[in-house]
Write a protein that binds this ligand. Structure first.
Ligand code: ADP
Ligand code: MG
Length: 414
């Protein structure tokens, strides 16, 4: 009896060691994939043909610059959605969301917007592919789910759209490149989710590379990578959990204010087509020709576009402290000149300013809620999260969710 106990003890230890080793080298992707695959097998009584991992994204610096033809500096992250996909022969599309525990089906010949918002990203991608003459000859079925928090500004929606686009490209051999897939996913968000987003989210999800950030030029949609590999520092996101409903209307207003600024600056130099064409020094010389409001909006954007370039310069010199100081400048520019922050975001950023272990902090995304992104020394990450959570609770009586993320590979087969 004792002998059996010894062997079973040894066996359990061995299994635990293998699991530990496996998760060390293939952390959550392997665990997510196992669940998505087994749900597929239970639902559809066969094995999936492919598994795809599609990450969310962060943006290190470069906010409200995309629609001004400027630069952004996103990265894919190690939070992702996994898809298990297989072909069908009956021209049906069958989807199952593991996280929401909901299913949906629709005939291939009748792809239209549904009232299930999550399904619209999937219908949208399929429809955009077909409308762009890429043949989906049979139906398909899929299960999907992951660990990107929904609606927190980490682009879970782009991960859903890019993940399916990538999967269908593989499954039906459509021969699209990653840029084509980003454009298809963007169109799906525009036409099926009704969100008039830029290309950054999809681009980052598809083009991510481990320990690199992507300098994306939004004028000609070209990119290059900069190393972001700082073993002593972590990227920590603090999710305010708020989304003030000013976000959409103020976004449209900011776009108009920038256009008004461009129009006035064109009177000085007709070559100016967007704020990308305005340097910080040119702006400083001519800013008094703009009304105060437009001046402030344009001052932020013109500076922010150049700041992304300075940020990349700092990264190429390995100067994370300098990079972090630019993040603070971005935040207070977004808060003061651009007026898209809110009291919750300002509080969280301000609350880091006294800590020498935090190199940078700023609101991330369009504003009026969502996350702050922070560069925090690794040995104090737990204390940082504890303090932010407690202080936020005390100030607003709200729960703060924090996530530690790192620049990771873009969409890929598992
Ligand atoms: P964000 O992209 O910032 O996370 P969005 O509001 O743009 O926020 O997208 C969130 C939507 O994307 C969800 O409401 C849902 O429709 C869809 N979605 C994202 N992740 C998942 C998931 N894991 N399962 C089902 N639907 C998802
Ligand atoms: Mg989104």
């Amino acid at each position: 009896m004792q002998y059996v106990g010894y062997w079973s003890y040894l066996l359990i230890s061995l299994v635990l060691a293998v699991i530990l080793l496996f998760n060390t080298f293939h952390p959550p992707i392997a665990m997510k994939s196992a669940l998505i695959r087994s749900t597929f097998e239970n639902k559809f009584k066969q094995s999936p043909e492919i598994l795809v991992n599609a990450p969310g994204r962060i943006n290190l610096i470069g906010e409200h610059t995309d629609y001004n033809d400027g630069f952004v500096l996103p990265a894919a992250i190690d939070k992702s959605i996994v898809f298990a996909v297989g072909k069908r022969t009956d021209n049906l599309l069958k989807f199952h969301s593991v996280d929401l525990d909901e299913s949906f089906e629709i005939p291939l010949e009748d792809l239209k917007k549904s009232d299930k918002s999550w399904a619209n990203y999937l219908i949208g991608v399929t429809k955009e592919l077909i409308d762009n003459n890429h043949e989906i000859p049979t139906g398909f079925e899929l299960t999907f789910g992951g660990d990107i928090p929904l609606g927190a500004g980490l682009s879970s929606s782009a991960a859903v759209a890019c993940g399916l686009g990538f999967a269908l490209n593989e499954l039906f051999d459509l021969k699209l490149d990653r840029k084509d897939l980003a454009l298809i996913a963007q169109k799906a968000e525009h036409n099926f989710a009704g969100v008039n987003c830029g290309i950054m989210d999809m681009y980052a999800s598809l083009f991510g590379v481990e320990n690199e950030v992507i300098l994306l030029d939004c004028r000609d949609i070209r990119h290059r990578y900069f190393a972001f590999d700082f073993p002593d520092y972590a990227i920590v996101l603090c999710n305010t959990g708020v989304k003030h409903n000013l976000a959409d209307s103020e976004y449209n207003t900011r776009r108009k204010e920038c256009e008004a600024g461009v129009y006035l600056l064109q009177q000085i130099n007709p070559e100016i087509k967007s704020l990308r064409d305005v340097s910080v020094s040119f702006f400083a010389k001519h800013r008094t020709k703009l009304p105060l409001l437009e001046m402030k909006r344009c001052r932020f954007v013109v500076t922010e576009i150049e700041r992304v370039v300075w940020g990349c310069e700092a990264l190429s010199q390995g100067d994370l402290r300098m990079f972090g100081s630019y993040m603070y400048q971005t935040h207070w520019g977004l808060s003061g000149d651009y007026e898209v922050s809110c009291k919750e975001l300002d509080f969280l950023v301000k609350n880091t300013e006294q800590s020498e272990a935090v190199l940078g902090s700023r609101m991330m995304g369009g504003g009026f809620g969502g996350c702050t992104i922070n560069i925090v020394r690794k040995d104090v990450v737990n204390d940082f999260i504890k303090k932010q959570t407690a202080d936020y609770k005390e100030q607003f009586d709200l729960k703060l969710d924090c996530y530690v993320v790192k620049p990771s590979d873009g969409v890929k087969l598992v």
